[in-house]
Design a protein around this ligand. Structure first.
Ligand code: ADP
Length: 794
């Protein structure tokens, strides 16, 4: 079952190959610029919509303007109608007056009716040519205040002119507008109707309130949308159309003549709808909705297309990748359908067979590159259902005849080709050129073998180890390593751990190390190597030098023995000096002892103080002898040196402690320490190093005091180098002459009265056992510096 799954996974991969040969190879990208195209359409739509909107808007404006003109005309017509009607009524009243003659009564009777039906007429007056009023009738609808306004009898010039004109021409005359003086709310015109009664000239005068006239002439249906007023020039004299139109109001107002009112009075119409309905037609809303829909659709279309483009780009990249994989596969891949007709070959197939893709495409067995048709994989041509999937891939050794007739041995692997629906749809053949592979294999093997021979010829244990999370792995190693240290990395690691010397900045180190676990000495070279992939390995070359070390030890022992004997010889030679040294205190002791005997034996009474003084002197001299003997013993029998990795700071600390005692003992001496902040670990015998330092400090103190120098400072200085620390003891004492320097380190060289001359000689021996030498040089500005080095340890 798992096998089947694996197969289908394989086949999915292979199906990609089929996809690629089925035509995707020639597939190209969608034209670039799809998005700009869609955006262009969107912009075009917006432009069309804007144009349409502007068109509708201007159409609406035209409609509104026409409506305004019509409405204003209607009001003008009404004004004309009313004035004509009132003129007709006045004419009838005149007829009555002419007929009935009883002017006051007639006037009263008929004018009342007239005023009732013509509310804009505020006053009717019968006048003589002189202008003098005979009878007046005031519109009964007027309030008290209005009455006062309109019943004003003292006519202004414009009215008098109209009266004169009417009597002169015997025609109806209309005055220009006027106010009752002091009252601008009473704009009026006066119409003068002349007539003759019983050969006498009269006229009827009607005063018309322009406000009332305008009000009566404005149909209520227009009031919601328009305001009208009467202008005299630019001045508004009646109505309230000059009411400020809203800011966004773009439709102009309209002015026209209001016949038969005098031409100086004009009718002014103005639209007062705050937001005039621009989109009078619902079409624009439908169109807007459509536009929005189209824009949203375009947006989603664009998104979809971008996604498709991205998918396509990805597909193309995959295809490129697949192609490069196909191209990089060194095995030939040939895919056939169930009839074994070749449907796909990869570039390697063309290289191995020498036939081009076109030459192989569509070919059925025997294929042109099969040299030997006898091994034709007949199994595959049989019933696929009988095939055992567990047996895949089928392997054949096949002889291929290239187009150029050259013959090749290839390994042919055959597997069924399943579709993603797990349908068996063909066969996949993979062919590998055995010849090339075996040749290159041989070459590689040869190279490895000669490399190994080279390594084996080296007499050191060569090994390479790599540190993995799972542990340290032994890599390349030579036979010598296997013989000496086995087949694991343990030997390498044991040697490496025994080495206390740090790696230098180049990542290598060299040392001679004693390996406890192996009980052997090795001379080793180790290097950290970075491989091309970035991983690190450790290369070690370890040569067993145990025998050499044994020889060296023997030699050293021999030398020591010789040294010892030479020391003893020297001691022998110096016996007389020693005898002299010891004799001196001994003689003194004898003398003191005799004195004591005398003092105690002869005196009747023992003087305690005197006797105590004598014994103190004896003890002093005995102490001196003890010191001489100790020094000689230390010289004759030296303690073996044990080198260890110790912090130099510890050694210095202990020295400082003992230094304090010296400061106490040698009054006036001051010891200063010039040390870096961080002191490394050093390879040394700490007790012996302290011994050197104390000896040098003591010598310096004695020399300073002896010479009576003023600068009584002794400096202990540590200078840390790359591999070593230089230790110095410097003073500004009397200094040492060159001749003295030559014999300074020889045993028993001393300039002191009671000196044994073994101090510096012992220090030098210790220094040598630390692989260094104690040197002496003059101090700058006078005095002496003693110097020696210690190896730094990691
Ligand atoms: P000792 O101290 O017993 O004389 P050493 O071997 O320690 O033996 O010293 C040898 C001689 O070196 C000293 O006697 C002294 O003359 C000389 N010497 C040592 N250190 C100094 C120093 N710092 N300044 C001058 N002379 C010194």
């Amino acid at each position: 079952m798992a096998q089947q799954k694996n197969l289908s996974q394989n086949n999915d991969l292979l199906e990609r190959f089929t996809a690629s040969f089925a035509g995707l190879r020639s597939h190209s990208n969608l034209p670039n610029g799809t998005t700009p195209f869609i955006w262009a359409i969107a912009v075009l739509l917006i432009v069309i919509f804007a144009a349409f909107y502007l068109n509708v808007r201007s159409n609406n404006e035209a409609i509104l303007r026409t409506n305004l003109m019509k409405s204003t005309a209607k009001v003008a017509d009404n004004i004309e109608m009313r004035l004509r009607a009132s003129s007709a009524s006045m004419a009838r009243l005149i007829e009555r007056l002419e007929l009935d003659g009883n002017t006051a009564a007639v006037l009263n009777k008929f004018s009342r009716e007239l005023l009732n039906s013509n509310p804009e007429i505020t006053l009717i007056r019968l006048i003589e040519p002189s202008g003098k009023g005979i009878e007046s009738m005031v519109n009964p609808r007027l309030g008290k205040r209005e009455l006062r306004q309109y019943n004003y009898l003292d006519y202004p010039q414009v009215v008098r002119d109209a009266i004169a004109d009417a009597f002169l021409s015997n025609r109806v005359s209309i005055s220009s507008f006027w106010f009752t003086p002091g009252d601008s709310t009473s704009p009026s015109v006066v119409i003068v109707y002349p007539f003759t009664l019983e050969d006498k000239s009269y006229a009827l005068l009607s005063r018309i309130s322009l406000n009332k006239l305008l009000e009566e002439s404005t149909p209520s249906s227009l009031r919601a949308d328009y305001e009208f007023s009467l202008l005299h020039g630019t001045e508004e004299i009646a109505g309230r159309a000059a009411y400020n139109p809203p800011d966004d109001y773009t439709i102009p107002s309209y002015v026209r003549a209001a016949d038969p009112l005098p031409p100086s009075i004009q009718l002014y119409g103005c639209n007062i709808v705050e937001s005039p309905l621009i989109f009078a037609s619902p079409l624009i809303y439908w169109l807007g909705a459509l536009m929005l829909f189209l824009l949203i659709s375009l947006f989603f279309l664009n998104k979809e297309m971008r996604k498709n483009q991205a998918d396509l780009d990805r597909a193309n990249r995959e295809l490129e990748l697949r192609r490069s994989i196909e191209d990089s596969i060194s095995s030939a891949i040939v895919i056939t359908d169930l009839e074994n007709k070749i449907v796909y070959t990869n570039p390697a197939a063309q290289v191995i067979t020498g036939y081009s893709e076109d030459e192989l495409q569509g070919k059925t067995p025997p294929y042109p590159f099969w040299a030997d048709t006898s091994v034709l994989p007949a199994t595959l041509l049989g019933d696929p259902s009988k095939l055992d999937p567990a047996a895949f891939p089928y392997r054949f050794d096949l002889l291929v005849r290239r187009k150029d007739d050259e013959q090749l041995n290839v390994l042919l692997l055959a597997t069924p080709f399943y579709s993603s629906y797990n349908e068996h749809i063909g066969w996949i053949y993979m062919m590998r050129d055995n010849t090339i592979e075996s040749q290159s294999m041989n070459l590689t093997n040869d190279a490895i073998a000669s490399y190994q021979r080279l390594l084996n010829s080296v007499m050191s244990c060569i090994s390479v180890v790599s540190h993995k999370p799972t542990g340290t792995m032994l890599g390349i190693h030579n036979d010598h390593y296997t013989e000496q240290l086995g087949n694991t990395a343990d030997g390498h690691l044991a040697i490496s751990r025994a080495c206390k010397i740090p790696f230098n900045p180049q990542g290598s180190r060299e040392a001679e190390v004693w390996v406890d676990s192996l009980e052997r000495w090795f001379s080793i070279t180790e290097a950290r190597v970075t491989l091309p992939g970035g991983s690190h390995v450790m290369l070690q070359s370890a040569q067993d030098i145990t025998q050499r070390k044994i020889n060296e030890k023997e030699l050293e022992d021999q030398t020591n023995r010789m040294e010892n004997s030479s020391r003893l010889i020297t001691l022998g030679e110096m016996a007389s000096t020693i005898t002299h040294e010891i004799n001196q205190p001994l003689t003194a002791i004898t003398a003191y002892a005799n004195t004591a005997i005398e003092v105690i034996g002869n005196a009747p009474e023992v003087n305690r103080g005197q006797v105590l003084e004598i014994y103190k002197k004896i003890a002093n001299q005995a102490g001196r002898i003890d010191k001489i003997i100790k020094n000689i013993r230390a010289f004759a029998k030296r303690r073996p040196t044990t080198l260890e990795n110790v912090p130099l700071a510890n050694v210095i600390n202990d020295t400082q402690e003992l230094g304090k005692l010296i400061e106490k003992k040698y009054a006036g001496i001051r010891i200063v320490y010039e040390l870096p902040k961080v002191l490394p670990n050093v390879l040394c015998d700490p007790v012996q190093i302290m011994q050197i330092l104390m000896n040098l400090i003591r010598n310096a103190a004695e020399a300073i005091l002896e010479a009576g120098c003023t600068d009584r400072t002794i400096a202990v200085i540590a200078k840390v180098g790359a591999n070593e620390v230089e230790l110095q003891v410097a003073d500004h004492g009397p200094g040492i002459s060159d001749t003295m320097k030559a014999s300074l380190f020889t045993p028993f060289f001393s300039t002191k009265k009671n000196g044994l001359g073994l101090g510096l000689s012992t220090c030098q021996t210790i220094a040598e056992s630390h692989n260094t030498r104690l040197r002496v040089r003059d101090n700058e500005g006078g005095g002496t510096v003693f110097v020696f080095d210690l190896k730094i340890c990691s």
